[in-house]
Design a binder for this molecule. Structure first.
Ligand code: ZN
Length: 320
């Protein structure tokens, strides 16, 4: 059966987030909105539209461990016999939310942000935004969690879906592909709008993974699939996945070139580049611009167009 979309309007993250419902042969929900009373009511109403209730849910399958995609999972398991399924890479975010957010915040505060040289005020806005996000989900008890492998398979809606690990938006991002009917549950890996290469904290002792270069590699993997319909994590389903990917690649290439031009004119630091490229974003959402900018710099470093030098504790970028 076709995935049934339930849309939750939320005050951030592109205005709304989707969950998808399969009612046969068992009731399965893919993703679970944000933890608010309004979203809960919309979930109950959305399920009722399709003749089912929260207690009928047997599984909640989470595409990636961001709060707008698993926010209500904890409450669902408290009010049903459902289990929550997620790729093993993302499981700690559901069972040990506090520990993971503490590690994320510590990485941003102590390692990631200081060498960027942003103002103390800008850093505080970023950290406060992250603190606020952490409140939008409940953890899931470990004994109600089932993990699958990043290259695993799932049964949903009477069909077998391939799990594809597609990092870039999240290190633990998975998408689900049904090859016979050529459908893709793309979560936040493939949206009709621009990507968000969120920077994850690395495992202890490891380096940060370059989110935007990973995003582009995941685009390659999805580009190669035969897909008739994409069911994204935000916005309406769409059919022309290759055109959407091509548009996003072109935009990324343009903005990367623009970044290089600015560096050539002597804008060598992140605060300067952020101000030139993202002045249109209000300070509260400047983090989205910062993730993109770091992504362009990762790409430019990768291809050898720029080099990075630490001067007085602040990263500077120079053309090569
Ligand atoms: Zn999302």
């Amino acid at each position: 059966m076709e995935p049934l979309r339930i849309e939750f309007p939320i005050g951030w993250s592109m205005g709304s987030v989707n969950a998808y419902l399969f009612t046969q042969p068992e009731v399965v929900l893919v993703d679970a909105g944000v933890k608010t009373e309004a979203c809960w009511e919309m979930l109950v109403a959305g399920l009722a539209t399709h003749g089912v209730a929260v207690r009928d849910l047997s599984r909640v399958v989470v595409t990636h461990p961001h709060v707008d995609h698993f926010g209500l999972a904890g409450r669902i398991v408290a009010e049903s016999d459902a289990t929550v399924w997620i790729c093993e890479l993302g499981a700690p975010w559901l069972t040990d939310m506090d520990g993971m957010w503490t590690a994320r915040m510590a990485y941003y505060r102590d390692e990631f942000l200081p060498p960027l040289g942003l103002s103390a005020q800008a850093n505080e806005i970023i950290l406060a935004g992250m603190r606020g996000l952490a409140a939008h989900a409940d953890p899931v008890p470990a004994d109600r969690l089932v993990t699958f492998r990043p290259d695993g398979a799932l049964q949903m809606g009477g069909a077998g879906w391939q799990v594809i690990h597609a990092p870039g938006h999240a290190a633990a991002q998975t998408v689900f592909y049904q090859p016979e009917v050529r459908r893709l549950l793309s979560a936040d890996m493939l949206l009709a709008v621009a990507p968000a290469p969120v920077i994850d904290h690395p495992a202890p002792g490891e380096r940060r993974a370059p989110s935007l270069p990973l995003f582009l590699r995941s685009f390659d993997a999805l580009d190669a699939l035969a897909i008739d319909m994409v069911y994204p994590g935000h916005g309406r389903p769409f059919s022309d996945h290759r055109a959407v990917i091509a548009r996003q690649r072109a935009r990324i290439a343009d903005r990367k070139t623009q970044c290089l031009e600015l560096i050539r004119t002597g804008q060598t630091t992140v605060p300067q580049l952020l101000e030139s490229m993202y002045a249109h974003q209000p300070p509260e959402s400047r983090i989205a611009g910062l993730w993109m900018l770091i992504g362009y710099l990762d790409l430019l470093l990768d291809e050898g167009s720029v080099c990075e030098e630490l001067r007085g504790g602040v990263c500077h970028y120079y053309p090569v």
